[in-house]
Write a protein of this length. Structure first.
Length: 348
């Protein structure tokens, strides 16, 4: 009898297999423009972008954020990276009997503040309580819808000036050789912030989670144009994003390790724990694939935003091979294989 393990929820290839073998097998088969089986950041039907996200982070409050901020940001960002404008959220709570009302209030306040930052409201929801011991304190599901905008139309028209492009949205399958890859900031901050706080590690410097809604920054980028896909490197980190793009677009991606922004404290933590920062989740960063002619313009626009000040062009798409290759700092090349799961469980 096989049983569910934490790896089945960790965002890597073990989770992908469960989704394909079980969830899509029974729930796939819609005629949505971007259906369940596309496994993109959101689905799209009748030009409505739809996303659902459950959050089980442990602990509920961590340096730089909390589960409420995470829930709103995660859903908003998954809608925005499709090129859509988030317009409304739902919020469903499952509470464990005995949970402090003051903690619930703290989470709700944080959700409210994050909604204001993102310019969205929660417009419907649900609340359930289970017996003590039936779950670990608190789970929240946020779903959201988004709509098509003039900024997306403009963005696509700019892409078409430079290369062939027949998608109507920003999809994982849109990359072509020559496109450039940009990281909006330092990798691994969220996962290391939660892990070090939860397990009481002292890595010398305090790392804060980057959790943040990024829809306004993304809207500004679309106004410039030339973007073929954006993705938020959450569970499985940068490595997961690049491997999904490589597989779905059937292209190779080459990344210069020295260009990937990462904090010293995150590198130190990863070395101590024997994990790879490229596989660690972020909640306030985007990876952008853009036609090469607009890469510098998009990079400077990202850097105008405080959350994008460390942005770098980290690599490009190639037809020389398939998969993801890392040019290492010491001058070698290695294959960046898809992570089995996020090395840090329960961070979102
Ligand atoms: Mg995503």
């Amino acid at each position: 009898m096989s049983r569910i393990t934490l790896s089945h929820g960790a965002g890597g290839s073990i989770m992908q297999k469960l989704i394909k073998d079980q969830i899509i097998r029974y729930l796939g088969g819609s005629s949505a423009e971007v259906p369940l089986e596309a496994l993109d950041d959101s689905a799209i039907i009748n030009d409505i972008v739809l996303k659902s996200d459950s959050h089980t982070v442990k602990p509920l409050f961590f340096p730089g954020g909390d589960i409420g901020r995470l829930a709103v940001s995660g859903t908003v960002n998954d809608i925005a990276v499709m090129g859509a404008e988030p317009i409304a959220l739902t919020s469903a709570f499952v509470l464990e009997e005995g949970f402090l009302v003051s903690d619930f209030e703290r989470i709700l306040k944080s959700m409210s503040e994050t909604c204001k930052q993102a310019g969205v409201h929660v417009i419907t929801g649900d609340t359930k309580v289970v017996e003590k011991g039936a779950l670990d304190k608190f789970i929240v599901n946020t779903s959201g819808i988004g709509k098509r905008t003039n900024a997306l139309e403009h963005n696509i028209s700019v892409v078409k000036k430079h290369r062939s492009f027949n998608a109507r949205w920003l999809l994982d399958s849109n990359l072509k050789p020559g496109d450039k890859i940009i990281a909006s900031g330092t990798m691994g901050d969220h996962g290391i912030a939660v892990l070090s706080f939860r397990d009481g590690y002292d890595f010398g410097v305090k790392i804060l989670s980057d959790v943040k809604p990024l829809n306004y920054m993304i809207a500004d980028l679309l106004k410039i144009g030339g973007i073929v896909k954006i993705k938020d490197p959450t569970r499985g980190g940068l490595s997961n994003v690049l491997n999904e793009w490589s597989e779905k677009s059937r292209v190779g991606i080459i990344i210069a390790e020295e260009k990937v922004p990462v904090k010293e404290g995150v590198i130190a933590a990863c070395e101590m724990l024997g994990i790879d920062y490229m596989e660690i989740g972020n909640e306030g960063k985007i990876i952008v694939a853009v036609v090469k002619e607009l890469a510098e313009d998009i990079l400077s626009e990202i850097r105008q935003h405080p959350e994008g000040k460390d942005a770098e062009i980290i690599g490009e798409v190639t037809d020389q091979f398939t998969g993801v290759v890392l040019e290492t700092i010491i001058g070698g090349r290695r294959l960046l294989t898809p992570p089995l799961g996020d090395p840090v469980p329960r961070i979102c």
